[in-house]
Design a protein around this ligand. Structure first.
Ligand SMILES: [Zn+2]
Length: 59
């Protein structure tokens, strides 16, 4: 399902309604498979966003 949001921490596709956690950062909402992933994102959002952009660029 290509339109599902991606958990930027672990790279999993997360269904929007089933996301365990959400964070709004710089105007974009990110979805997470678990509270643990959300906590890791909040510790260092930029690190995970860079990785996310690299992943998308490879497609
Ligand atoms: Zn995750």
């Amino acid at each position: 399902m290509p339109n599902d949001p991606i958990d930027p921490v672990c790279g999993m596709h997360v269904e929007e309604e089933k996301a365990a956690a959400r964070v709004e950062y710089k105007g974009t909402t990110y979805h997470f498979c678990s509270a643990g992933c959300k906590e890791r994102f909040e510790e260092n959002p930029e690190k995970f966003l860079v990785r996310l952009e690299e992943d998308i660029g490879h497609r």
